[in-house]
Design a protein around this ligand. Structure first.
Ligand code: AMP
Length: 222
């Protein structure tokens, strides 16, 4: 079967990370999440992390050249069995760079899954989101940890992500609508876009994703 290279597109809080974790396990794809990679760079104090920190704290996008260089390296080193891009591309320039990087290796994006939901729901989800330093994610109402404020998986303290504060969330949503949402038409024109209703429960969204991926795999194998 053709290698499966998937892109998860959607606003902050749509559930991309949650769905990606399940897809990675079921489909055996490398999960490349630019937000997680940038947070790791920031906590390790690399040059890239230092350059990215101020943009992230303000809810702005990190400049394309920095993110594209980072993603090229990730794709080159670890995606033989196909990949799942989560949080990349976020601009048309990034999408073009991705197409170029893949076609240079005789590869391409197989499909783009857009998980969408209205801003009010996204804001409610993000404001209740809590994360441990290793990146395990909970929600105070929809997915609470067994012990309040403590990660079930590693016992570390859970915190609100800095950029999950209300004022930064508004900024991130504005940036999404202005700069990232146009990618839906971009990928629609390339006949790669599949829309998933992200307002439902995580299980229901995952079921919808499985249906779409099943169809893609059948098509790709035909
Ligand atoms: P996320 O965890 O995907 O919500 O990303 C957190 C932050 O990392 C974003 O608000 C941006 O500042 C930065 N970031 C993540 N992915 C990208 C990207 N593809 N392009 C530019 N900035 C990004």
């Amino acid at each position: 079967m053709t290698q499966l290279n998937l892109v998860l597109l959607g606003p902050p809080g749509a559930g991309k990370g949650t769905q990606a974790a399940r897809m990675r396990e079921d489909l055996g794809l490398s999960h490349i999440a630019t937000g997680d990679l940038l947070r790791r760079h920031r906590s390790e104090g690399t040059d890239l992390g230092e350059q990215a920190a101020a943009y992230m704290a303000d809810g702005q996008l990190v400049p394309d050249d920095l993110v594209v260089a980072m993603i090229r390296e990730e794709i080159a080193t670890g995606a033989d069995g196909g990949f799942l891009l989560d949080g990349f591309p976020r601009t048309i320039a990034q999408a073009d760079a991705l197409t170029d990087a893949l076609s240079a290796e005789g590869s391409a994006v197989t499909a783009v899954l857009l998980i969408d939901a209205p801003d009010e729901l996204l804001t409610e989800r993000i404001s209740g989101r809590r994360m441990c330093p290793a990146g395990h994610v909970f929600h105070v109402k929809h997915n609470p940890p067994i012990r309040e404020g403590i990660c079930d998986r590693d016992g570390e303290s859970l915190r609100l992500r800095d950029d999950d504060r209300a004022e930064t969330v508004r900024q991130r949503l504005d940036v999404y609508h202005e700069v990232t949402e146009p990618l839906a038409s971009y990928y629609e024109e390339h006949r790669l876009l599949h829309r998933i209703d992200g307002t439902r429960s995580a299980d229901a969204v995952y079921e919808a994703i499985q249906t779409v991926v099943g169809r893609i795999m059948t098509g790709a194998a035909a």
